[in-house]
Design a binder for this molecule. Sequence first.
Ligand SMILES: [Zn+2]
Length: 69
Amino acid sequence: MREIDIPCSECGTELAERVVFTADLPVETGWRGSVRVAECPSCGARYYPRQTVAQLAGRSSGTRPRGEG
Ligand SMILES: [Zn+2]
C-alpha cells in the first residue's frame, strides 16, 4: 500500500521513498519532524505524497482537507 508508484516525470525513473526532516525542505510549515517524500534516484527530483502535503499544510491548525472520503 504505497502512494509512491509513479515514475519521475522528468526522466521516467522509478521513485524511491525517503524520509526527510521538514527543516530540510524548501517550504514553510508548522509541521515539525519528518515526512515521507518520493525522490528520483536519477535526477534528484522530489515529489510529495498527499499525506505529506496534508502534514505540511498544517495538521495542527485544525483545518481539514476538502473532498476526503
Ligand atoms: Zn528523475
